[in-house]
Ligand binder design. Structure first.
Ligand code: LMR
Length: 329
């Protein structure tokens, strides 16, 4: 009897031991937007490719729409190992590196192609490693798109924004951008924006069409000004210790998959934004205003002081390299 009992214990331990060895590594990928957006689609594609190629070793769980962690909490969760992948917008790294503030400078990039060229440049690539000492590694840049201004009054000239309350992401550059217009910027988590617009706690915001559509902001904003005044892009980041602790073959395959997903997201982001612009236009809920060249120049001029204010923190070399990406072939 005693022998049987001991054998059962040994068998149990063996079974438990082998089950533990076979447990897949879980990667929780948390983000704040809808599945239908460029980032949402990228996260799902990453999950699918990992299941196909590393299914027995790695399991990716995707948590969209601030379900698991919202703004303000996700970096902390990554540092603590509560999630393994996040992709905050480049505006949300203020506290960790000042260099990424370059992406928030108004009217710096002519279009998303210029952003793409800068991200692929040596300086752009080096910024992926700018938070290594803080325990984070950037695995790639994902596009969303150019930001548009929205409000309940038509914004055609910079003066139209004066005195209005705008929601901004947690970025001091964006704070300075709206202050330069004489507006009142308020830092606020993404998940709170719809309600704040709906109740009138804020008057306006800035976002690419994919967020304006998927979060239904267009239903609570009468006008969208196609200003293309800045970019909203992401850095996919992981925890350095977690990433370096992965088995070499697993890490290499994950990096390969991330590279493929990055290419795919950056190819489709523009189409998603165009699709959502069309949906908003067709809805009739919100009027899309286009600006004349002179109007664009006026916005550019009004926001220009922001550059000088942040040149010291960002570094002139970084700003120059970003600027050089405009119009390059
Ligand atoms: C925002 O807060 O407006 C965006 O960064 C949300 C996102 O992730 O696109």
């Amino acid at each position: 009897m005693r022998i049987f009992a001991s054998l059962a214990v040994v068998a149990g331990l063996l079974a438990g031991g082998s089950a533990m060895a076979a447990d897949p590594i879980v990667i929780k990928f948390s983000h704040v937007v809808a599945d239908s957006t460029p980032k949402g689609q990228g996260a799902l594609m990453f999950q699918k490719l990992v299941a196909e190629r590393l299914g027995d070793k790695v399991k990716v769980e995707v948590y969209p729409n601030s379900q698991l962690f919202g703004d303000g909490k996700e970096m902390e969760a990554l540092a603590l190992g509560d999630v393994q992948l996040i992709a905050p917008s480049l505006s949300k790294f203020d506290r960790y590196t000042k260099k990424l503030q370059v992406f928030d400078l108004p009217f710096l990039f002519d279009d998303i192609a210029a952003v793409d060229r800068f991200q692929a440049s040596d300086i752009g690539r080096s910024l992926l490693r700018s938070m290594e000492k803080k325990g984070f590694i950037g695995l790639g840049y994902w596009h969303n798109g150019m930001k548009q201004l929205s409000a309940n009054t038509p914004l055609r000239m910079p003066e139209d924004a004066k005195g209005l309350k705008f929601r901004i992401q947690a970025s001091d550059v964006l704070l300075a951008q709206f202050e330069a217009l004489g507006a009142n910027p308020q830092k606020m988590a993404f998940s709170e924006v719809y309600q704040a617009l709906q109740t009138g706690a804020i008057d306006g915001a800035e976002n690419p069409y994919s967020n304006l559509y998927s979060q239904k902001f267009f239903e609570v904003q009468k006008y969208i000004t196609e200003s293309n005044h800045g970019v909203l892009d992401y850095m996919v980041v992981t925890n350095t210790e977690f990433w370096n602790g992965l088995p070499d073959d697993v890490r290499a395959e994950l990096e390969k998959i991330m590279g493929e997903v990055t290419t795919a997201v950056n190819k489709m982001a523009n189409d998603i934004n165009e699709r959502d612009k069309k949906r908003i236009a067709e809805s009739g809920s919100s009027e899309i205003l286009t600006l004349t060249k002179d109007q664009v120049s006026a916005w550019r001029k009004a926001m220009a002081p922001v550059w000088t204010k942040f040149e010291g923190e960002i570094g002139k070399d970084v700003i120059d390299a970003a600027q050089a990406s405009n119009g390059a072939s």
